[in-house]
Write a protein that binds this ligand. Structure first.
Ligand code: KIV
Length: 274
């Protein structure tokens, strides 16, 4: 059953109002068929730059461009009516200056119709967040494990494992709240840090590999559907084996084609029904 009671899309202020009231449910989508299936059940759909790895089989997220992200976001917006759609800004599209960030974020939003953007970064990015918010761009910040920093972090590993690191990540999150971010994705940090960030902020935290106490949760859809073809990460859960369903259907189709049971005359044009 759909969780939405009206046809209007959930707005960023409505997401913010969820803090302390109810959890925010979110997943990624990169294309129309998946977005259409998710829309009835989620508050927020993230057009994540994880599409670089999940959709394009690249080793990390670093090579996808803002134009590609805008294309994916446009497909997701066209296929949905309810969920708030947030587009992830990719590596190199916002770090240079607030002006560069505004150019790329406004392009991504205006060419796709997305409701806001997400960007990875610590407190050093806060002035850019402020610049964007002041110019009408809702920003979802992203702290902790930031995949765009894979080369400086030396891999995808849990963050905040020392008290100094935890203190820094907490400061990053607070800086983004003060700069006007509407929420913060907290990824891959030790659980008590995610809990502390959630308690300290008045804006929602969206956890992934964080804590059940976060104000919401986001996962990569393909991970929960068994579509990634790799080991499920510790922080995710496979809720269905859609991969097995697809393999079964394709096997049956291929057998039908080879044996001659598909197509039949019913699938042909210009054949009179008896
Ligand atoms: O790119 C992405 O999909 C993300 C989420 C998993 C948080 O950043």
């Amino acid at each position: 059953m759909s969780v939405h009671t009206d046809v209007k899309r959930i707005s960023v202020p409505q997401l913010m109002a969820c803090k302390g009231q109810r959890k925010i449910a979110s997943l990624t989508a990169y294309n129309a068929p998946i977005a259409r299936l998710l829309d009835d059940y989620l508050d927020m759909i993230l057009v994540g730059d994880s599409t670089a790895m999940v959709g394009y089989a690249l080793p990390n997220t670093l090579t996808i461009t803002a134009r590609q992200m805008a294309f994916h976001a446009a497909a997701v917006v066209r296929a949905t009516q309810h969920a708030c759609v947030i587009v992830d800004m990719p590596f190199g599209s916002y770090q240079e200056s607030p002006e560069q960030a505004f150019r790329n974020c406004s392009m991504a939003m205006s060419s796709s119709g997305a409701d806001g953007i997400k960007m990875e970064g610590g407190a050093a990015l806060a002035p850019t967040v402020r610049f964007l918010v002041d110019r009408g761009i809702p920003v979802l910040a992203h702290v902790g494990l930031m995949p765009q920093y894979v080369n400086t972090m030396g891999g995808f590993k849990a963050q905040g494992t020392t008290s100094e690191a935890a203190e820094r990540i907490l400061k990053d999150a607070v800086a983004h709240e003060q700069a006007g971010a509407f929420g913060v994705v907290v990824e891959g940090v030790v659980e008590d840090l995610a809990r502390e960030i959630t308690a300290r902020l008045s804006i929602p935290t969206i956890g992934i590999g964080a804590s059940p106490d976060c104000d919401g949760q986001v996962l990569v859809t393909e991970d929960i559907l068994g579509l990634t073809g790799t080991r499920i990460p510790k922080f995710a859960r496979q809720f269905a084996d859609v991969g097995a369903v697809i393999r079964g259907a394709v096997e049956e189709y291929a057998r039908g084609v080879r044996e001659g049971s598909f197509p039949t005359m019913d699938n042909c044009f210009g054949v009179k029904k008896k």
